[in-house]
Design a protein around this ligand. Structure first.
Ligand code: MG
Length: 358
């Protein structure tokens, strides 16, 4: 036989004509073994990966088949399985993460100026990254190694960490105004003063450092005598993630901070941002603040920082934030309020009955 095309006309490697595909393959992943009984219908590595996806749930793009090489390199998706000369029962070692396991990691973006695109992911939307967990961890590790944190004041022992976004979180970035005060979210200085008692405060914005410094100056945050900002992070500390639905997006992975300053972790960090996608790698540590826009209209009624300050104070005594669901912060405040009113009522009624009996 001298043909180099298959029945359907597509080119095939000559090896396929002499080497049959193995009858069965074992895939070892995450401490378990998956046996693929009949491999005769699997033509390429991609077919094999699809089958592995059916069995393990690990997305094709995220599978790394460690000992599957072709001509000295990792076998590409288009390589014919039969060309690898695998023995029946061959054991493939796989690395790769499930979507749900990716939720606790973080990443930063490549060079780029201020992001204007403000789409957000929905409340309970699953955003599926297409790269492997290892890729994100590597990006984070690189930021931890190479990113230069702009430290303004030393971290204080036993303090928790509050990470604040700027645009639309504490500052209306989209409205013309004649002074920083007009653009400032109401109650900002009071909020920061109260938070500072229990929290070190960091600012993280998806823009360049020069704009962060300028905005903090204009808002008079950097010079306020009642609190001190611990450090600033700009867009260079962010990482890119690739997602099925949104393509490439940039996020703020808290693991960059945790890697740089070990006193902070998921147990004592909370992040406020008006875009949920920014804390995609740390959904549990993020709280989506209502965006502050149209400052001239909304300034009079915006109570967000005042209320969130109460929430921060309430949780400040907790050893571990990972049990909290920040999506329910308002409900938590309401319950607390109800509980207090009931207790006050009980106290006053027991007081009046005891004064009657005396
Ligand atoms: Mg923002």
């Amino acid at each position: 036989m001298s043909g180099t095309t298959g029945e359907s006309g597509e080119p095939i490697l000559p090896e396929v004509l002499v080497l049959g595909a193995p009858h069965s393959i074992m895939v070892k992943w995450s401490g378990k073994e998956y046996n693929i009984e009949d491999t005769s219908c699997l033509k390429t590595i991609l077919d094999l990966k699809e089958r592995i996806k059916e069995m393990t749930g690990v997305h094709v793009d995220r599978q790394k088949l460690l000992n599957l090489t072709y001509r000295g390199k990792q076998a590409a998706d288009a390589v014919l399985l039969s060309s690898l000369c695998l023995k029946s029962g061959y054991k493939i070692m796989m690395m790769g993460s499930l979507e749900k396991d990716l939720q606790n990691i973080d990443i930063p973006p490549e060079d780029r100026p201020e992001v204007k695109n403000d789409f957000d992911v929905l409340d309970d939307e699953e955003v599926e990254p297409t790269e492997s967990r290892e890729v994100y961890l590597a990006k984070i590790a690189q930021r931890v190694r190479e990113y230069n944190l702009n430290v303004l004041n030393p971290s204080r022992p036993d303090k928790k960490l509050l990470v604040l976004d700027i645009d639309y979180t504490i500052f209306d970035n989209g409205t013309p105004a004649s002074s920083g005060e007009e653009l400032m979210r109401p109650g900002l200085h009071e909020f920061l003063t109260a938070a500072y008692e229990h929290y070190d405060i960091a600012i993280w914005s998806a823009t360049s450092m020069k704009w962060i410094v300028e905005k903090m100056r204009v808002l008079k945050v950097s010079t306020n005598p009642n609190y001190k900002i611990a450090f600033y992070l700009d867009y260079l500390a962010m990482i890119t993630i690739h997602t099925q639905k949104y393509g490439v997006i940039q996020v703020k992975p808290l693991a960059v901070i945790w890697g740089k300053i070990p006193q902070y972790s998921s147990k004592n960090t909370i992040m406020f941002d008006d875009l949920r996608r920014n804390f995609l790698m740390n959904p549990q540590s993020g709280l989506r603040i209502r965006p502050f826009k149209d400052c001239h209209i909304n300034r009079a009624n915006d109570k967000e920082l005042s209320r969130l300050g109460k929430y921060l104070e309430q949780i400040a005594g907790m050893e571990d934030f990972t049990s909290l669901d920040h999506k329910r912060w308002e409900q938590y405040l309401r319950n607390l309020h109800r509980h207090r009113s009931r207790r006050n009522k009980d106290n006053s009624s027991s007081h009046s009955s005891s004064s009657k009996s005396s």
